[in-house]
Design a protein around this ligand. Structure first.
Ligand code: HMG
Ligand code: MG
Length: 309
């Protein structure tokens, strides 16, 4: 199998943590409901390929995201590898109760930088959704559960246009203040470009929130996800969200497509001499296997190129 030529560049981290979201962000937007045993096998294969953080599913309202209505059953069935983290999305206390019943040890809440998306995705205003998250985070922390936060529509939104960085920082700071250990900056519809990424990370830094508390979550709608990732790494971010094979999107943001493909990310990182712990060949084989189950080819350029060899 071809591998990238390794040529390190200055000013980049030695190691990057990949936060794998394909079982959640990837499968939540599939028109077909993927059988629970396929989901469990996907999660097992991702861990085998060396991914150590795998967002497994969501405890949201099953009517809102029917594709993940089997969250409880999946957690009962899926094999867990020691040392691998399996966070799940939780929007509210009902979701937290369900997650606790299934022995979850890490969760993620998900806020929005814009009012329109907060209404469409969570049926609440931005302030109302933060009120909804507050008891989730405090109860989770009491139970010894780590909580990550997402903030969506960080660069622009289909209804409100470009999102002012100060607005993102305001919402992000409030989510972190609840007690979350990390904030993942979501480019839900993929409209960010590298200068915008650098400006947003600088705006957080100016408010006392350093790159060490940030992760990035790029959707690849306009082909900018990898360039945006490099901008984030240059600014000091070391946690990058990605989805094997580039599957994914958000059912409540029509223009959202798949996330940055994990294989495309790994190719770039290994080319830069940055450690990930991921076996690219085994991961790409998993994405080919998923694509067969979804009935369409993976949009990842690396998966496509490796499959032709
Ligand atoms: P709501 O309708 O306002 O809920 O939805 P409610 O609090 O009024 O409750 C209504 C009923 O739903 C009640 O039942 C609740 O018990 C039940 P009733 O008493 O009427 O019989 N209920 C639940 N049942 C099961 N599990 C639950 C739950 N919550 C309430 N968790 C809600 C509010 C937040 C639930 C809804 O809006 C929702 O589920 N939204 C989720 C949308 C979603 O999952 N979007 C995709 C993930 S976000 C994303 O993809 C972006 C990201 O990738 C980053 C990026 O790309 O930017 C993270
Ligand atoms: Mg997403």
């Amino acid at each position: 199998m071809r591998v990238p030529y390794e040529v390190p560049a200055d000013g980049l981290p030695e190691r990057v943590t990949i936060y794998e979201v394909s079982p959640r962000d990837g499968l939540q937007n599939e028109s077909a409901v993927v059988p629970v045993e396929v989901k469990a096998e996907l999660i097992a294969r991702l861990a085998e390929a060396g991914l150590t953080t795998i967002e497994a599913t969501s405890f949201v309202h099953p009517r809102w995201v029917p594709q993940l209505a089997d969250a409880g059953e999946l957690l009962t069935r899926m094999p867990r590898v020691p040392g691998v983290r399996y966070p799940v999305l939780v929007p509210n206390e009902r979701g937290l109760d369900r997650a606790l019943e299934h022995g979850v040890t890490e969760i993620a809440i998900f806020g929005s930088a814009t009012e329109t998306f907060a209404q469409r995705n969570l049926n609440r205003s931005v302030a109302g959704s933060i009120e909804m998250f507050a008891p989730v985070v405090s109860r989770a922390l009491q139970e010894g559960i780590k909580v990550r936060a997402y903030v969506s529509m960080c660069f622009g939104d289909p209804w409100e246009g470009p999102t002012p960085p100060a607005q993102v920082v305001d919402v992000g700071a409030r989510l972190l203040d609840l007690g979350c250990y990390e904030l993942s900056l979501g480019d839900t519809i993929g409209v960010g470009t590298p200068g915008h990424v650098a400006a947003l990370i600088a705006a957080f830094d100016a408010r006392g929130i350093g790159a060490g508390r940030l992760a990035v979550h790029f959707h690849d709608t306009y082909g900018q996800a990898l360039a945006n990732t490099l901008a984030a790494l240059t600014a000091g971010v070391t946690v990058v969200d990605a989805s094997a094979g580039g599957i994914g999107g958000c059912p409540y943001a029509q223009s959202a497509t798949g996330n940055l493909a994990t294989e495309d990310l790994v190719w770039m990182l290994h080319g830069l001499g940055i450690e990930t712990g991921v076996d690219l060949g085994s991961l790409a084989a998993t994405s080919v296997w998923v694509a067969e189950r979804l009935g369409r080819p993976s949009p990842s350029r690396v998966v496509q190129a490796l499959a032709k060899e």
